[in-house]
Design a protein around this ligand. Structure first.
Ligand SMILES: [Zn+2]
Ligand SMILES: [Zn+2]
Length: 422
């Protein structure tokens, strides 16, 4: 390619990223607004952490042996020689922020939510992006399994608001520090017996973190994993009691669920409750919400011994199962004829916008007929016509584009008429 051709070549978006164009952005805003509204009803407040953090935060929080940390992180050395990572998930950032700002001194439970982009160097495929977006919820300082059920109930409240009804809730318990070591030994022994059946990746995991074999997508590994001992049969008394009480709370909310003993989630830090809400709408079961309890993370970050539970929803997948909402508001088009009238139009547009009426004013001079055609094309609900005569009288004609009826009034009268009809 010569210099000229190279200069002319279009620069495209990076593979695995996606523009959210205005036609879609309305849906995003609608879903985000619904999430904010619902979470605040449950006492959650927004916590916005930076997009990038010290790499160590995710190695420690997400787990060195997890696929996310090993294969998928966007990590780079910045100009100051520090290792920086674009967040692959949100939980470690929230935990860091709580410890750093001593938010734990506030009355518990602490409830936070967040929405924004996450980054994982994953294989790009349909509906999966390297910059993807999550709605994230975290609550800290509540040991009672009722809160596990309440977060799931809240997720369902949001899904119901978004019209997502074809779902199934999967639950499991992944045990705790007390019961997991013995289970790991049994799992390791069972995995070792499989010989060469497991993929190279999984064979490596036998020693580092055998629980992660359950995350492998290779068919042979999945078949083998289905025969492995299950954590749910190896829970200590405390974990078993927690799981029983958690499920009784789901019953109280009349949330149907299925116990999935293979559901261990892809991250190392979960303790006790793990859950997913899958949509059955896209044919194959796809998780639209996943989460669980992580009772040890805060302490491991040098913070207080504060338990936590949370979930994340993937925005892209969530929006793929909601009905699109066209939320076009009604628009007033300001037409004017000539240079003097243009100035009147500019002033009028300002008055209407200050009164919270969406107002379109274009600066290219045209005749009345062309203005009307343009207003029609833009889908304007009303057209106001500004001319010098109108300015002298202080009264302006207003045409309702739906009914074709034309009235007349002062700007104040027109504002009132529009507000009443909106
Ligand atoms: Zn346990
Ligand atoms: Zn494998």
């Amino acid at each position: 390619m010569n210099e000229d051709a190279r200069a002319k070549k279009e620069i495209a978006a990076i593979k695995g990223t996606k523009d959210i164009l205005p036609a879609e952005a309305g849906n995003w805003q609608w879903a985000e607004a619904a999430a904010r509204q619902i979470f605040e009803l449950y006492g959650y407040r927004e916590l916005r952490a930076p997009v990038f953090e010290a790499t160590e935060l995710f190695e420690k929080g997400t787990g060195r042996a997890s696929d996310v940390v090993v294969k998928e992180m966007y990590t780079f050395i910045d100009k100051g020689g520090r290792s920086i990572t674009l967040r692959p998930e949100y939980t470690p950032s929230v935990v860091r922020a709580i410890v750093e700002h001593r938010l734990d001194l506030q009355p518990e439970p602490l409830r936070f939510y967040f929405m924004g982009p996450m980054f994982r160097y994953d294989k790009p495929q349909k509906g999966r992006y390297r910059q993807f977006h999550q709605i994230d919820v975290e609550v800290f300082g509540e040991k009672d399994p009722a809160i596990d059920a309440e977060t799931i109930e809240m997720a369902h409240a949001l899904l119901a608001r978004l019209g997502v009804t074809e779902t199934e809730t999967l639950v499991n318990s992944v045990g705790c520090k007390a019961c997991r070591p013995a289970y790991h030994r049994e799992l390791k022994a069972a995995a070792e017996k499989t010989g060469d059946v497991l993929c190279a990746d999984c064979r490596r995991k036998i020693d580092t973190n055998p629980l992660r074999i359950f995350d492998c997508k290779v068919e042979a590994c999945r078949e083998a994993a289905a025969m492995f001992p299950r954590i749910i049969d190896h829970l200590c008394d405390e974990c078993r009691d927690h799981f029983v009480r958690f499920r009784s709370c789901l019953d109280l909310y009349k949330i149907p669920y299925r116990i999935d003993p293979l559901l261990v989630r892809g991250l190392d830090y979960y303790t006790k409750t793990a859950f997913e809400i899958v949509t059955t709408k896209l044919g194959a079961q796809n998780a639209i919400c996943g989460g669980g309890r992580y009772d040890d993370m805060m302490k491991e970050f040098g913070g207080p011994d504060l338990c936590g539970i949370g979930f994340a929803m993937g925005m892209e997948r969530l929006l793929s199962v909601t009905e699109p909402r066209p939320v076009q508001g009604k628009v007033l088009y300001v037409a004017y004829l000539g240079d003097e009238a243009k100035k009147v139009g500019m002033k009028l547009a300002r008055i209407f916008r200050r009164a919270a009426i969406e107002c379109l004013l274009e600066f290219k001079d045209k005749g009345l007929k062309a203005h009307m055609a343009r207003a029609n094309k833009l889908g304007a609900a009303w057209v106001i016509i500004a001319g010098e005569d109108e300015l002298r009288k202080g009264r302006y004609p207003l045409k309702d584009m739906g009914s074709g009826v034309q009235t007349e009034g002062t700007p104040e009268e027109i504002i009132r008429a529009i507000q009443e009809s909106a």
